[in-house]
Design a protein around this ligand. Sequence first.
Ligand SMILES: Nc1nc2c(c(=O)[nH]1)N(C=O)[C@@H](CNc1ccc(C(=O)N[C@@H](CCC(=O)O)C(=O)O)cc1)CN2
Ligand SMILES: Nc1ncnc2c1ncn2[C@@H]1O[C@H](COP(=O)(O)OP(=O)(O)OP(=O)(O)O)[C@@H](O)[C@H]1O
Length: 182
Amino acid sequence: MQNKSELRQRLLESRKAMSAEQKQLWDRQLVEKILAWWSVERFPTIGVYWPMRGEPDLLAAYATLTELGTTLALPVVVSDDAPLKFYAWIPGDPVIKDRYGAAVPAVQHSELQPQALIIPCLGFNKQRFRLGYGGGFYDRTLALVPRPVTVGVAYACSEIAFAADPYDVALDSVMTPSATFS
Ligand SMILES: Nc1nc2c(c(=O)[nH]1)N(C=O)[C@@H](CNc1ccc(C(=O)N[C@@H](CCC(=O)O)C(=O)O)cc1)CN2
Ligand SMILES: Nc1ncnc2c1ncn2[C@@H]1O[C@H](COP(=O)(O)OP(=O)(O)OP(=O)(O)O)[C@@H](O)[C@H]1O
């Protein structure tokens, strides 16, 4: 069994190895899947993410969700050992990079409790456990009550077998361009 930091390295490398054309195609498929999911669930407020380090780019879906009346929020790290906070964000609103390289709303005026979160997965397994960059931020966020509905997004190459830790919370579903695990 490899440790999580070796897995992270491998997963980052396989994500970086995709061609730009292939990634664009897969991102368009994920955008369509997210919009199809929303049209069934219709959550009024959704926590999304600004893509970094080769994560799926779903910005096109955020624009459509906003047109459909959804309120979006971006995650903000407030301290290394706290859950994430989510601040209202409208596509086009300025973002700034935090010290982790994650983009956060430049103006953080209203903290929201989204009903659902779209969560990028560096890796995931068949039991829908997720591997992130190792900060434990989403783990701490999902330990809170009430827990939002969680949709992981990843590429097929991000599926990998690993043993979950006791604090890991399984996602409600994980979408790749070609499959949905739920
Ligand atoms: N797009 C996106 N936004 C997000 C997250 C995410 O996973 N993806 N986060 C999910 O938690 C939070 C940001 N947390 C992060 C924690 C660590 C690293 C990271 O890359 N760490 C580097 C070391 C960075 C450094 O300290 O200089 C590493 O692990 O190598 C990135 C984001 C909130 N926003
Ligand atoms: N519910 C929690 N309460 C307190 N600490 C936690 C909790 N969940 C995880 N942690 C801490 O976070 C650390 C990192 O966890 P893990 O390696 O699973 O991160 P990750 O899920 O890859 O990262 P992230 O969620 O930021 O993308 C663990 O060492 C653990 O101590």
